[in-house]
Design a protein around this ligand. Structure first.
Ligand SMILES: Nc1ncnc2c1ncn2[C@@H]1O[C@H](COP(=O)(O)OP(=O)(O)OP(=O)(O)O)[C@@H](O)[C@H]1O
Ligand SMILES: [Mg+2]
Length: 452
């Protein structure tokens, strides 16, 4: 999904050049010559970002900021300021402006900020209506994603978190099953209580019962001390039974009994212990099929599957990749003591095109390895593992495309240097004014179609 940006400036030349620059980056751009015009446009269209000059006749950029925040409260606003109005711009940050840029505009700088701002917000468009129901629920503990698929998951988490029901989370490996389980716990009244993840596939079958339900001293040869078990340790919190599909059938029977009777029998004990826990289970298998095949008990399946959350594989919500990549960059900046600012366009394209069989976890690993390999502030295609680049975009830019890109960069720089004096820019570039106009126009034609 491309992003939509509203550019507001009373100077036509700045409107045009900014629009041109942003369109060639793949954004949809609308322009307005005044704050009043901008508000009229905003009344019937939502934007992902607004870039506005401060000093304009009529409504100033700061007035526009205030009104825009009432109309589309989560749309970031970037102000363009001359040296003389820097203080106004800084004050505007307090009123909710997301950023400001100085004239003369430096396009690479602007592009970075735009990318940063668009990356930090959910990738769905602010609708023309002021409210969106999903965002203002309970905190969902780092469960990111603004795609329709992830918004649906987040809405489910917010809704069933407070309920008492057991939950079954399914999804391919690395899709965030544990994260979702934690988010549900955090959204529940048990949030201050233990959250105990148990990897059912990792505990040897012979130990599973005593690990889960505890044992008395002397219950078996190695039981030199009594142990309460993980279920009792979770009481009165949440048990997360990861990889429930790996649980042996005879243990499934015992688990069912614990869930139904709300009490555990420690191995070797003659008295049950009452417990109050919520059970969240997860699997990357198709439990329906496992039940059919007789490998998973139907009665336990129905007990666990009171609410079902199916997590989408990452390739089905690729629009969340920029946001997730950015999130992992920040995380590894902290962990590795780095100051990586972001990821360049080609590398991001490669990430978006890759099939991600290991889902979000694989993306996390790719970003980590790129950050370990790279010495630069911006991650590039060269920092990505070969499999990622190879499977997605064999760099197929023709020389002509490369020339076009560098030509564009140079034109932008010169225009900025000359404060958008196109005549002067054409002189420096050594081309006629007409051909400069043509070059600016050409790009607009090849840009995505506009809605207006
Ligand atoms: N929507 C998301 N937002 C932010 N981080 C995410 C998201 N989904 C997954 N992650 C991160 O990806 C990694 C893998 O997630 P998690 O361990 O929850 O997946 P899983 O489905 O349990 O994987 P596995 O099947 O391998 O156990 C974690 O570091 C998690 O924080
Ligand atoms: Mg897991």
């Amino acid at each position: 999904m491309s992003t939509s940006i509203l550019v507001v400036d009373d100077e036509r030349a700045i409107q045009d050049t900014l629009a041109w620059c942003l369109r060639t980056d793949g954004h949809e751009v609308r322009t307005a010559g005044s704050g009043e015009e901008a508000l009229a446009i905003m009344a019937d269209q939502g934007f992902d970002l607004i870039i506005s000059d401060i000093v304009m006749p009529g409504l100033s950029g700061v007035d526009l900021l205030r009104k825009a925040r009432a109309l589309q409260p989560r749309t970031p606003v970037v102000l363009i300021t001359a040296f003389a109005t820097v203080e106004t711009a800084v004050e505007a940050l307090r009123e909710g402006a997301s950023d400001y840029v100085m004239k003369p505009l430096k396009f690479d700088d602007l592009r970075h900020r735009v990318q940063g701002l668009l990356g930090h917000r959910p990738a769905f468009r602010e609708s023309a209506l002021p409210h969106h129901s999903v965002e203002c629920g309970v905190p969902d503990r780092g469960l990111l994603g603004g795609s329709a698929a992830m918004l649906a998951v987040r809405a489910q988490v917010a809704k069933i978190g407070p309920a008492a029901s057991n939950v079954l989370i399914t999804g391919e490996s690395g899709t965030g099953k544990e994260l979702v389980a934690r988010a549900i716990h955090a959204a529940s009244p048990r949030r201050g209580q233990p959250f105990v993840p148990i990897n059912c596939g990792a505990i040897p079958e012979s130990l599973l019962e005593s690990e889960l339900f505890g044992h008395m001293k002397g219950a078996f040869t190695s039981a030199v001390q009594a142990s309460p078990g993980l279920f009792a340790a979770a009481d009165p919190g949440t048990v997360f039974l990861d990889e429930i599909g790996e649980m042996p059938v005879h243990m499934q029977v015992k688990l069912l009994r614990v869930i139904e009777e709300k009490q555990v029998w420690a191995v070797g004990s003659t008295k049950p212990l009452r417990i109050d826990i919520r059970v969240i289970a997860s699997t990357n298998r198709d439990l329906d099929k496992e039940v059919e095949a007789g490998r998973f008990r139907g009665d336990l399946f129905y007990r666990l599957n009171v609410v079902h959350i199916a997590l989408p594989p990452l390739r089905e919500h690729r629009e969340d990749i920029p946001l997730l990549a950015d999130h992992f960059i920040r995380e590894f900046n902290l962990k590795l003591g780095r100051q990586v600012q972001g990821i360049d366009r080609d590398a991001l394209r490669a990430l978006i095109a890759y099939p991600w069989k290991g889902n979000v976890r694989e993306l996390e690993h790719v970003i980590e390895s790129a950050m370990i390999l790279s010495d630069c502030e911006i991650l590039t295609v060269g920092d990505l593992p070969r499999c990622v680049v190879g499977e997605s975009v064999p760099r197929n830019d023709s020389l002509r495309e490369l020339n076009r890109q560098s030509e564009r960069e140079h034109i932008m720089t010169v225009l900025a240097q000359t404060q958008f004096d196109k005549r002067e820019a054409a002189r420096i570039l050594g081309i006629s004014l007409a051909s400069l106009y043509r070059k600016l126009g050409e790009r607009r034609i090849s840009a995505p179609p506009l809605q207006n």
